[in-house]
Design a protein around this ligand. Sequence first.
Ligand code: GAL
Length: 338
Amino acid sequence: MKKFKTLLASALILSMVGCSQATPATTDGGDTGSADAKTYNVGVAIYQFDDNFMTLYREEIKSYFASLETDAVKYNVTIVDGKNDMAEQQNQIDNFITQGMDVIILNLVQTSSADATIDKVVAAGIPLVLINREPLGDNGDESYKGILDNPTVCYVGADARQSGTFQGEIIAELPDHGDINGDGKVSYIMIEGDPENIDAQYRTEFSIKALKDAGLTVDCLDDQVGNWAQAKGEEITSNALSQHGDAVEVVFCNNDAMALGAAAAIKAKGRTVGKDIYLVGVDALEECQEMVKNGEMTGTVLNDHIGQSHTAVDVAIKALNGEKLDNYYWVDYVKVTK
Ligand code: GAL
């Protein structure tokens, strides 16, 4: 697992400490009844509100900040919807800077725009906590220079390779190893999230790698982009089942929202998960945990929105206190089966 130590230049630490002390938005805390409370303004930019997992994540950010308030410290949290539009998100970040946010938590629309955004926020002297969409270095898997170079910028997330590996293992560990018809290969369809997103790339790659590492032969019948969306998951699965019929043994979905759609299509085609087809997702949405329990899904992988949102908030508060940040904070995925 990637972990990188931050080398902090003391001058930069001082400038960061200076920043959070120089720009506190101190209010009279009238709405809370504590006259001397210090209020920190927190800007949270989410790539798109219309996303099941990021909805849970952002709600937890809000409630966890609220739970940490005391008579002396309040957090004024503003959360905005990027509507999956990078231009819109750039405007929102510009507004956060103009409004003098004390810290920004950012779920990028496009990780390819990370540098431009980091530069702006750093130039404004505001600490930045990137979440959920990891910007990658030039060689793919290496750490991102924009994060390593900036001691007031960090990334909080989960290593998507682990989630893909767990998906593949869930299938490989079945009694028939995913080869329902016994023809010596695992015939699957893959439903991918946003292809620009590393979570989608790694889950696609590492789920299949885990099958191969277990010594299994694989056969990809279809691989389509569903953009993390339930309706697309349903449409793609329905089409693939019409085209390939009983040959489809496993449906891999890069997330649970798409797996919910796939489950509906599987039912509509008269197929039965656990009997004549397998279905795996990622996120462990509550609905999907229930489906794993009652057999409607073979498994999922917990994408720990609570661990990640709490870490993001804890790190943001560290930055507000002028404490030294690491570059990367990692939260583990967990395999979920019956
Ligand atoms: C993933 C998550 C997806 C979707 C995506 C957005 O980590 O599994 O459901 O929320 O992030 O980038």
